[in-house]
Design a protein around this ligand. Structure first.
Ligand code: BGC
Length: 351
């Protein structure tokens, strides 16, 4: 089985005619398109030369953002009137949309701003390869930039859709990374990036590593985003090295990584996509051998039909939660398009 071709096929099959990528085709709760998953999925299609797929996603997202324009304009007005204590629900944008790009009215923990940062980064990656940027995308990038410039210091749910009452370093990585990358396409307020970067530095705790969120001391594998892909903190930075070392020591088992130690979602197992970011990080520090080992582990998690799951339940943090989640939401999402995306990205990097 050629897992690269299979991954491209799975991603293509999971893209709706309007451009949204389903998070997983066989998992009811994931029958939507997330900005976070989608931006990384589109990036994997970009590095593999599947530009039509990327352009369709950029249009899908740009339209989804435009559908939120009123909220963003109202937020800007509120922020202009005086400092905001919090981002009120009426100003919060969704983290996921239907495959047709419509807002889904349900009680999902929607206020997650990381995906909007990741989307800006994706658009900048497209632009930096010399492809044309459509006016609609540019307008949506400007709206997104305005939104993030106001929301970034406030509490929101993280990339795992948890912890809505704090500020998360992986979220700030996406926001800073997106704003840094988009500067040639949209106007980013002067000094904003430096302010966010200084705030990120305050996330270093005793022990010299970046913690998952302000007010906590544990690490999360998504902290790797500070370096890859977002380039906010160099991989050789002492705090970043300490963070990666702690991730390896506490979260790496048999070649795959967990999200964080207290994770109990499906028991809290080993995530294929996060193992991809660790491989990416290793490549960024010149450790190709380790990246290849991690890639091999990712490939080994494929089912016989070449589908990569979200996670595998070996070495789980708490086995009692495996069955509980299976009863609640069914078997682990397989294939997960984001897992396939990271496999493609790593494949391209180690070539
Ligand atoms: C993960 C999110 C992801 C979503 C869809 C959730 O379980 O925590 O990061 O966006 O699934 O894949």
């Amino acid at each position: 089985m050629n897992l690269v071709q299979r991954s491209i096929d799975i991603i293509k099959a999971g893209q709706s005619p309007s451009g949204g990528y389903v998070a997983s085709p066989n998992f009811g709760e994931y029958a939507y398109s997330w900005l976070r998953d989608g931006s990384f999925i589109a990036y994997s299609m970009l590095v593999k030369g599947e530009t039509d797929s990327v352009a369709a996603f950029l249009t899908w997202t740009a339209k989804a953002v435009q559908s939120q324009q009123k909220k963003i304009e109202a937020l800007k007005e509120a922020a202009a009137a005086g400092p905001l204590q919090e981002i009120a629900p009426e100003f919060q944008l969704p983290t996921r949309f239907s495959l047709e790009g419509e807002e889904v009215k349900d009680d999902w923990p929607n206020f997650q701003i990381d995906g909007y940062g990741a989307w800006l980064w994706l658009l900048a990656e497209w632009d930096s390869r010399g492809f044309a940027v459509q006016d609609l995308w540019r307008e949506s990038a400007a709206l997104t930039t305005d939104y993030l410039a106001i929301c970034w210091p406030h509490s929101c749910y993280d990339c795992w859709e948890e912890g809505g009452d704090s500020v998360h370093l992986s979220t700030l990585a996406c926001v800073a990374g997106g704003l840094k990358a988009i500067a040639s396409i949209a106007a980013v307020p002067e000094g904003l990036l430096e302010t966010i970067e200084a705030r990120i530095r305050e996330g270093v705790v005793d022990g010299g590593y970046f913690a998952k969120s302000f007010g906590r001391n544990d690490v999360d594998s998504a902290l790797l985003w500070l370096s890859v892909p977002f380039g906010v903190i160099p991989p050789q930075d002492a705090a970043m090295e300490a963070t990666a070392e702690k991730i390896r020591q506490e979260l790496l088992e048999e070649g795959g990584v967990k999200r964080y130690l207290a994770d109990t979602y499906y028991g809290g197992g080993l995530w294929v996509l996060l193992t991809g970011y660790l491989a990416w990080f290793e490549m960024a520090r010149g450790n190709r051998e380790e990246a290849l080992r991690l890639k091999q582990w990712m490939a080994e998690q494929a089912t016989v039909d070449g589908s990569l799951p979200e996670q595998v339940t070996r070495h789980v943090n708490d086995a009692t939660y495996v069955e509980e989640w299976i009863e609640r939401w069914g078997p682990i999402a397989t294939p997960l398009l984001w897992s396939h995306a990271l496999y493609l990205v790593v494949d391209e990097l180690v070539h």
